[in-house]
Design a protein around this ligand. Structure first.
Ligand code: AKB
Length: 314
């Protein structure tokens, strides 16, 4: 089968790295980067790019007609913090964007669809430690609500129409190549930039706020491993729990001080993102992903810190 892969939301934190990786595997012309914004020259020069707004059905339809994608990765979304600033837009983009893609995937017989969920789908009454795959889920951000509803839609399209949709509940993702997109876990990226530039950082999350986190290299590898797995190995069609490591701002500062001894971490109180973070799990039980498609993370906090600082310095 000749592959044709659409990555929608290709200029974001995940898309930027996923497009590069998929192009290495499948070839440059096979992977079509799609976004509403002009891409980095890197992406544009390496392969095809289309301006696509996931809410504009006609343009989307033309893109599916032109490329007849065998795989679609839908990454366009408003995250937890920016979503709270514009809840209706977040719902519209996160939900109707997904439904548009699921419908077109059926119409154009797309072989596989990838859509990311998040730890934000959990809520205040979900168990905090080793949060299991199945438990109470009562998210209180519009982003989390859209992720939980999206998970149900993914399973619905799989059950009802046989669409091969696959999904992962991402933790906070840490990376240096592209800027993060307005999430609650973004502090864990800003801290590295400020540590190198200023030798200090003011965290909007409190010292003891522990959250599940993952390095982007692991996230991209895990995503592609899930998509490459035989369909009969995929036992979860809503979204898989997916874990890397977990840490607090204070843990991260301690690790950074091993490289930048005088690094100072200060705290700013009363940031609305604190309530979001406090409603999320501290650690995730991802045994189903490990069992079904052999998921195993490679980056712990020490490796993440070394790699982030090394790359940002360069
Ligand atoms: C966010 O903080 O909103 C995201 C996420 C955990 O999904 N990084």
């Amino acid at each position: 089968m000749k592959e044709s892969i659409l990555v929608i939301g290709s200029n974001g934190q995940i898309g930027t790295e996923l497009v590069t990786e998929l192009r290495k595997i499948y070839g440059e012309d096979v992977v079509i980067a799609c976004d509403i914004r002009r891409p980095d020259y890197d992406i544009k020069n390496a392969g095809p790019f289309e301006f696509v707004n996931v809410l504009e059905k006609e343009i989307l339809n033309n893109t599916f007609k032109k490329y007849k994608p065998t795989q679609v990765y839908l990454l366009a979304a408003l995250l937890s913090a920016t979503g709270e600033q514009n809840p209706k837009l977040a719902w519209d983009l996160n939900m109707n964007g997904l439904l548009n893609i699921l419908d077109l995937a059926i119409e154009y017989q797309t072989y596989k669809v990838y859509w990311p969920s998040s730890i934000a789908a959990f809520g205040v009454n979900s168990p905090k430690l080793n949060t299991p795959q199945y438990c109470i889920m009562d998210p209180n951000t519009v982003y989390g609500i859209s992720k939980l509803a999206g998970e149900r839609w993914c399973e619905y399209y799989f059950q009802k129409y046989g669409l091969d949709v696959r999904s992962i509940r991402y933790p906070g993702l840490i990376s240096w190549k592209a800027a993060p997109g307005g999430g609650t876990t973004d502090y864990a990226i800003h801290i590295f930039h400020d540590a190198l530039k200023k030798g200090s950082y003011t965290s909007f999350l409190s010292a003891e706020t522990k959250l599940p986190m993952m390095y982007m290299d692991d996230a991209i590898r895990g995503t592609i491993e899930l998509m490459d797995s035989p369909a009969d190995r995929i036992s979860i069609r809503s979204s898989y729990n997916f874990a890397g490591t977990s840490f607090t701002p204070e843990d991260l500062a301690t690790e950074i001080r091993k490289h930048i001894p005088g690094f100072e971490l200060k705290y700013q109180e009363n940031d609305p993102r604190q309530a979001i973070a406090s409603s999320w799990p501290q650690s995730i039980d991802d045994k189903q992903a490990r069992q079904d498609w052999n998921w195993k993370p490679e980056f712990n906090l020490t490796k993440i810190t070394e790699d982030m600082l090394g790359n940002l310095k360069r």
